[in-house]
Design a protein around this ligand. Structure first.
Ligand SMILES: Cc1cc2nc3c(=O)[nH]c(=O)nc-3n(C[C@H](O)[C@H](O)[C@H](O)COP(=O)(O)OP(=O)(O)OC[C@H]3O[C@@H](n4cnc5c(N)ncnc54)[C@H](O)[C@@H]3O)c2cc1C
Length: 288
């Protein structure tokens, strides 16, 4: 049976104090609890304290702020809140579609974007979109020091991040603010239509000029490697090309460049071979 103490700080000041005082304890943060409860059920722990973030009243953690450089999304923003935001829907379709593909309405009402990122699952949907958008994690420690890290570097392995024990993810910054002339979306393949964790997913966000030449490219792949991967070589390859009139060789070359980032495993949901085939097909499809 699950058994843990819960501490619920209401301000950042209280939060930092709790984190400082807990350095010699076994503790976890809890936001929407949709992953945490599963994890704790699978790995029962003794003397656990959960620092509950749900009562925290700090807009740095809770708000979506748009400025001329991009959008800052608090770690405690839920999937539902993201979906209800018109600016997310219009400017960042890749993030909106990825968020819309998470589980069910009931889970989305609790699931936070910060929880999705900190869970560091290779199949995290919102995380995959954020990698394509070259998002930056804003991390704060118990003394109030802030550091920023590209989300691709933040992920260190399955369920592993760069967070140190006295650090917490405060927000995520998406450094893109142009919504005109983009090709942006998310495709997730699962074994069922709903409530499905991806067996392969792709997130893409291409910015085009007036001639439809790609001037900025973001392409990430999920569920086919220990972490979500930004496919840099494929992005570099597509830069400067007219995305509406690629020839067959270009499309194949693009997909081949993506393939080299995939290190899929076989598990109960799909074989490694199938995951790679799906990945290649999806990568070709979006360019045709
Ligand atoms: C039935 C079901 C279906 C699901 N389907 C999907 C799906 O389709 N796609 C998908 O991507 N996910 C899915 N999930 C997983 C989950 O809902 C998401 O990953 C969710 O976004 C996690 O957010 P949370 O707020 O619930 O995180 P929590 O469970 O509260 O936390 C997750 C982890 O992150 C840590 N954490 C949370 N916030 C912070 C923070 N600010 N700083 C540092 N660490 C933090 C916690 O300590 C914990 O280790 C599913 C889960 C369930 C139960």
């Amino acid at each position: 049976m699950l058994d843990f103490d819960v501490i619920s700080p209401k301000t950042s000041h209280e939060l930092f104090e709790v984190i400082s005082n807990s350095q010699d304890k076994n503790y976890r943060f809890g936001a929407g609890y949709t992953d945490l409860i599963n994890d704790l059920n699978n790995n029962l722990q003794q003397n656990l304290t959960v620092i509950n973030l749900a009562k925290l009243n700090d807009n740095n953690f809770k708000a979506i702020n748009i400025n001329e450089n991009g959008v800052q999304i608090g770690a405690l923003v839920t999937a539902t809140q993201l979906l209800e935001n018109n600016i997310i829907q219009n400017n960042y379709p890749v993030l909106w579609e990825a968020t819309n593909s998470v589980a069910s309405g009931q889970i989305r009402a609790s699931a936070t974007i910060g929880g999705n990122v900190c869970q560091a699952s290779p199949s995290g949907d919102m995380s995959c979109a954020l990698v394509a958008l070259k998002a930056v994690c804003e991390i704060i420690d118990s003394k109030g020091n802030i550091r920023e890290e590209n989300i691709s570097d933040f992920f260190r392995g399955v369920k592993k991040t760069s967070l140190k024990k006295n650090e917490i993810l405060r927000s995520i910054f998406v450094p893109i603010n142009i919504s005109k002339n983009i090709k942006s979306g998310y495709i997730k393949v699962g074994t069922r239509n709903s409530m499905e964790i991806a067996i392969a997913s792709i997130a893409y966000h291409f910015q085009k000029d007036e001639q439809n030449n790609v001037i900025d490219a973001g392409y990430a792949i999920g569920a086919v490697a220990p972490t979500i991967v930004f496919t840099k070589d494929a992005c570099d390859f597509i830069l400067g090309k007219n995305i509406n009139s690629l020839n067959e060789t270009d499309v194949k070359q693009f997909a081949n460049l993506i393939k080299k980032y995939a290190k899929p495993i076989s598990d109960i949901r799909a074989s490694a071979w199938y995951r790679e085939e799906v990945l290649i097909n999806l990568s070709e499809t979006i360019l045709k």
